[in-house]
Design a protein around this ligand. Sequence first.
Ligand code: SF4
Length: 282
Amino acid sequence: MKVYIPRKIGFCFGVRHAIEMVKDELKKGNREIYCLGDLIHNPQVMKELSEKGVKVILSLSQVKRGTVFTRAHGIDREFLEEGRRRGLKIVETTCPYVMRVQRITRELATRSYHIVIVGSAEHPEVKAVISNTPTKKLSVIKEEKEIERIPRVEKIGVVAQTTESLDNFKNIVKNLIKDRLEIRVFNTLCKVVIDRQEETKQLAEKVEAMVVVGGSQSSNTQKLAEICRSSRAKTYLVEKLEDINFNEIKKLKSAGITGGTSTSEAIIKDIKKRLLNHEIRF
Ligand code: SF4
């Protein structure tokens, strides 16, 4: 059996940076460390941090004192204000790519553009962008068919959720341009994500099966799985080693393994090793 992995795998720099910030705080001896929701969509890393004493909270009301880390995909302004009011130390781990989206939408708002975000309205990154953009003139769309929901205004500014797929973004922009006098488009897609999607697409075209590894809440992992499903490769979306049906996959001649930006390189290499050795021990 041949097993392939993309050239670039493992944590992106935004995820690595967020983990390092929390670990540095642990090294300082701080015993009151909290994360607002999972710091990253990786159950193994979250388990490791939890064993070291880091607690995941869903709201600031759960904290009386200590340090609260926010997630790499940004945070609502209201949350920061509440944290400051309550005298907590709030540490933002927002990725620079996400901060760029927020800078652009704020700038568009001051210039009275109607802002269109291509992405998922429910995703924390998009919620944080909206919260940090002082305007009511804003629409979030996920698919081409939602374009009709955007008001018929003359000038619009378009950005994307950093983990959106390049093909979907291009398609929406192409359709948005038809009826508008002025449209400003900012490519806010994360380069790491685009490269990973591209490599995954190429890999999925040459193998019989693709194993996509990542947290069930990870948006970019879900996108990788969609890409694989639209190829001829049979797609397995798994969160951890134990979820993999090695018996089934090892019957094939070739397989590829890819993972989201919060999936460690170690787990991908481990799966590759097990597929090649045909070892199935847990
Ligand atoms: S996927 Fe991209 S935007 Fe998201 S944290 Fe990683 S580097 Fe930043």
